[in-house]
Design a protein around this ligand. Structure first.
Ligand code: 13P
Length: 252
């Protein structure tokens, strides 16, 4: 089995002023900055990224944007590019989060352009996929994921595969306290792994980390991480609190 180093990622969404972000980052640096067995990533709001960066330099904690535009630069008011994120200190970028799909009309085609721009710009994209409750109830989970993953990753070259990260976030589990069971999540992760192998026609796909997201907390992370195809977590609410996020990072 390929060695997939676990990644525990915190998506801060639209929370925290610069001062609040600095406090949480410094707490995390003290609590988990030394950990070597797990990759850690936080995604603060854009305004805080470059200011928290010096506090986690040379630690295990990496930095991510929560979104970006696919163009390198230009007249796109309100947008930010891969180069800008790299320059601010990021190694990762979250793309296609269900909140961006739902509230900002992002399509799989937009997200695919962003995936390419991120990889070409030297960022690791965390491509988010997931079904809504009504899609699950009408047995459309796998067809929805097929479309999201096929279009989202269209044209990605095999030599970029190691930098691709997938996050499975069932929309019905986000911010609701309703987590998928360990087995429900594992079933979908195994399915996604198989689809990745089909897409890349190469066992290199088995090195892609697939994170689970949706109401991950200190009390449910261990069971999720025990599943063979769950390689980490994308944490929302619980990542805003350094103690809770540190407990999730130290799930073992
Ligand atoms: P919650 O952990 O708050 O459910 O959010 C999950 C999420 O959307 C992470 O990107």
């Amino acid at each position: 089995m390929p060695d997939r180093k676990p990644l525990i990622a915190g998506n801060w969404k639209m929370f925290k002023t610069i001062d609040e972000a600095l406090i949480t980052t410094q707490q995390l640096q003290k609590q988990v900055g030394h950990i070597k067995t797990v990759d850690i990533m936080i995604a603060p709001p854009f305004t805080a990224i470059s200011l928290v960066a010096p506090f986690i330099k040379d630690t295990s904690i990496g930095l991510s944007g929560q979104n970006m535009h696919w163009e390198k630069e230009g007249a796109y008011t309100g947008e930010i590019s891969a180069d800008m994120l790299v320059n601010a200190g990021c190694q990762y970028v979250i793309l296609g989060h269900s909140e961006r799909r739902q509230y900002f009309n992002e399509t799989d085609e937009h997200i695919n352009k962003k995936v390419h721009a991120a990889l070409n710009g030297g960022l690791k994209p965390v491509l988010c996929v997931g079904e809504t409750e009504s899609e699950r109830d009408s047995n459309k989970t796998f067809s929805v994921l097929d479309k999201q993953i096929e279009i989202g990753l269209q044209g990605v070259a095999i030599d970029h595969v190691d930098n691709v990260i997938i996050a499975y976030e069932p929309v019905w589990a986000i911010g609701t306290g309703k987590t998928a069971t360990d087995e429900q999540a594992q079933d979908v992760h195994a399915y996604l792994r198989k689809r990745l192998n089909d897409i890349f026609k190469n066992s290199a796909a088995s090195s892609i980390r697939i994170l689970y997201g949706g109401s991950v907390k200190p009390n449910n992370i261990k069971g999720l991480m025990a599943m063979p195809d769950i390689d980490g977590a994308l944490v929302g609410g619980a990542s805003l609190d350094a103690d809770q996020f540190s407990a999730i990072v130290q799930y073992e």
